[in-house]
Design a protein. Structure first.
Length: 402
């Protein structure tokens, strides 16, 4: 039971810390207002010129011409606000009618230390909703088994003291296969008229800073996969959107810090900052081109970063705005705005999250019972093949009790 008096005494001991934190927060809020005011008074061209004068190649973000159209960094959503959810759904249905939407997601089974034979698996699921009156859709999955030859490199790296996660190979294959599947689906629709080409959802960000923490040879497939995905979208002229529901990126905040030069950096995310600036559902920030300063960009391996544009869109009232990314070509040819309406419409149908992405996730997910069935099928396969499968003592004991 919690002792009320002791909690009060313990809190009093930390009073000074809380007071200092509150004062720092107040000072930061003033800094945010000052830096936003400085940017709001500049055009996209003036910001570009200021960055050129600073000789800063990776300032976090670069403005697009949309900045000059925004009111205090907000592009208001025209059709809203609605009085009822039914009105929102009617709008969404109209936007999505006859327009295909595609989403791809993946899941994986990592090698078990309880078995003497390494085996893993990657499952990729995809969902295509044609949004036609007949309700046509496609749901499908593909599964790939990773055998000893593909997984032994990970084991050897772990034995040699490599800091990477021992399951890195399975995670890498999953990422690459998701990108490959999206590219294949784009190619299927490439010959259609522009109005019939789908919006393709990528679940996550194109800006893969995490790959900068990997050994170069392990990071390379991630980099190649994203480059290929962006190239496919541009080559086939098929709209592509990366969706990040809860983003902690600081690309625009880094731009503010870069322009302020010589002052302490702001300790907040882009989403937290735009949360104050986007008052109504559907409102969004202008697009910015990503110019993130991270391990990849500093090592000249992030040439595709500035081919990615990002915006923040308010899609729920109880969470910070979502980050939506698109290839640069969509901003330059003006198709990004229409694609964002499709994103908004998907989020109306999905109650704040793109319905297609949610459906692809449900298709691809591998549950714990699924994992147990997989290992059961693997054991049967091993027996048919005349191989020897040994369970660790603890695992065998668990299996005998089930």
């Amino acid at each position: 039971m919690l002792d009320r008096e002791k909690v009060i005494v313990a809190l009093e001991r930390k009073r000074t810390q809380f007071e200092h934190y509150s004062a720092d927060l107040h000072r930061q809020q003033q800094s945010v207002r000052d830096r936003l005011a400085a940017v709001a008074g500049k055009s996209a061209q003036e910001i570009d010129e200021a960055l050129q004068a600073l000789d800063e190649h990776w300032p976090g973000a670069l403005p697009t011409p949309e900045l000059d159209q925004a009111d205090h960094l907000c592009l208001a959503f025209g059709p809203g606000p609605w009085q009822t959810h039914q009105e929102a759904r009617q709008w969404a249905v109209g936007v999505l009618r006859d327009r295909p939407v595609i989403a791809v997601d993946g899941s994986q089974i990592t090698p078990s230390k309880d078995l003497n034979i390494p085996v893993g698996a990657v499952q990729v699921g995809w969902y295509i909703n044609f949004h036609t009156p007949g309700g046509r859709y496609i749901k499908d999955v593909e599964i790939e088994v990773l055998g000893p030859q593909e997984l032994m490199e990970a084991e050897e790296a772990a034995d040699s003291g490599d800091r990477a996660q021992p399951n890195w190979k399975v995670n890498q294959v999953r990422f690459v296969r998701e990108c490959e599947r999206l590219c294949a689906l784009m190619a299927e629709f490439a010959a259609r008229p522009a109005a019939e080409r789908p919006l393709c959802f990528f679940d996550g960000s194109f800006i893969i800073s995490f790959a900068g923490q990997m050994r170069p040879e392990r990071a390379l497939p991630y980099l190649q996969a994203v480059r290929h995905l962006l190239d496919c979208s541009e080559r086939h002229r098929v709209p592509l959107a990366a969706f990040v529901d809860r983003s902690y990126s600081r690309d625009f905040v880094t731009l503010l810090d870069t322009l302020a030069r010589g002052v302490p950096p702001l300790a907040l995310s882009d989403a937290a900052l735009f949360d104050r600036l986007l008052p109504n559902w559907g409102d969004r920030s202008p697009f910015f081109y990503c110019a993130r300063r991270d391990g990849l960009s500093q090592d000249d391996r992030a040439d595709f970063y500035q081919n990615v544009a990002f915006t923040y869109v308010r899609l729920t009232r109880d969470r910070t705005p979502a980050r939506v990314e698109a290839p640069r070509w969509m901003v330059e040819d003006g198709s990004a705005a229409a694609a964002l309406d499709l994103v908004r419409a998907e989020c109306v149908v999905g109650a704040g999250y793109p319905y297609a992405v949610e459906t692809a996730d449900a298709l691809a997910v591998i549950s714990q019972p699924d994992r147990e069935r997989f290992y059961g099928l693997f054991e049967q396969f091993v027996q048919r093949s005349g191989l020897s499968l040994v369970h660790a003592r603890k695992a065998a004991s668990k299996l005998s009790r089930r």
